[in-house]
Design a protein around this ligand. Structure first.
Ligand SMILES: [Zn+2]
Ligand SMILES: [Zn+2]
Length: 302
């Protein structure tokens, strides 16, 4: 085993021992005083409150420090840059609002997920003219979505990035789509949670009447649909949780067509299935050394 890895594992072991020791568990804060990260956070999280000299307020009790995070939240409402749920709510609104019309979305630059990742929320759509509003600065973005190949990087820079107000934090920031929206080994847990939730809601299922013209979906079928990113909407109707496209379950199961948008994280229908299988290792026939070796390889791959 690599010496560095051995050292790191020993350190983790010591920390765990320390935490699990009964006499120490009553201590509420373990790392705050020691951790350099905490020191940096504290340094930037609080600052002395600016006080205007006012003899009438002299006796008012005010905390001499203010929490900068809370102040920033008040100044920039809706700016939850790392919130996956907020991103998906904006994306769903855009997809629902534009579902009825055929628009020339661009696979990379101008599409519902890219627009949502810059803080734009759906407002209206008329004859191919999409209007969005920024969740923080309330500026308006107007896009002509019947331009074909012209919807590209230039269009993105000219409008999607620039239409925010000068001090809007979305102007220079964007939700990290590559690492947090698209399926990666480090966010696989989100997919597992989604599938698990879908299975739970499935336990109070959509009723299949005897006279139903749709074949009954087996548990294996629904699992296959979940792994391809879909959730059940009705008897045979499903909706993607990544691009909010809708389709018939039977068409998907018969591999008729790929219903996902090209920018959707589930566009490669097999990717998530492969990743889930790859992450599950059953070292049944291995002895303790073999299992440790597997664990070591797993950490090294991460
Ligand atoms: Zn803005
Ligand atoms: Zn999709």
């Amino acid at each position: 085993m690599d010496e560095k890895l051995q050292g790191r594992l020993n350190k983790v072991g010591e920390e765990l021992k320390w935490i699990l020791e009964p006499s120490k568990t009553s201590r509420k804060v373990r790392f705050s005083a020691e951790s350099p990260c905490d020191k940096i956070l504290k340094k930037w999280k609080y600052r002395p409150r600016e006080t205007l000299s006012n003899r009438f307020l002299a006796h008012a009790r005010r905390c001499p420090y203010e929490n900068v995070v809370l102040t920033a939240r008040k100044d920039y409402p809706g700016f939850n840059l790392h919130s996956y749920d907020d991103l998906m709510i904006r994306c769903k609104k855009l997809q629902d609002g534009t579902r009825e019309q055929w628009l020339d979305w661009d696979d990379v630059w101008i599409n519902p997920i890219s627009i949502s990742s810059k803080g734009w929320d759906f407002k209206t759509l008329q004859d191919g003219h999409l209007t969005c509003r920024c969740v923080t600065c309330s500026n308006t973005l107007c896009l002509q979505l019947k331009l074909g190949s012209q919807l590209n990087k230039r269009y993105w820079e000219k409008y999607v990035s620039s239409e925010h107000s000068m001090d809007c934090p979305w102007k220079k920031n964007q939700f990290d789509l590559k690492n947090e929206y698209y399926v990666q080994p480090w966010n696989l847990i989100r997919e597992l949670e989604r599938i698990s939730r879908s299975k739970e809601t499935r336990s109070t299922p959509i009723r299949h009447e005897k006279s139903s013209r749709f074949p009954r979906l087996t548990e294996k079928d629904t699992f296959e649909l979940h792994v391809q990113g879909y959730e059940m909407m009705g008897e045979d109707l499903v909706q993607c949780t990544g691009c909010y496209k809708r389709a018939f379950a039977q068409s998907i199961l018969q591999n008729e067509i790929n219903f996902h948008a090209k920018w959707c994280k589930y566009y490669d229908c097999e990717k998530l299935g492969k990743m889930l299988k790859g992450s599950v290792v059953f070292p049944v026939n291995k002895n303790i050394n073999g299992r440790l070796k597997l664990l070591e390889n797993y950490f090294e791959n991460m």
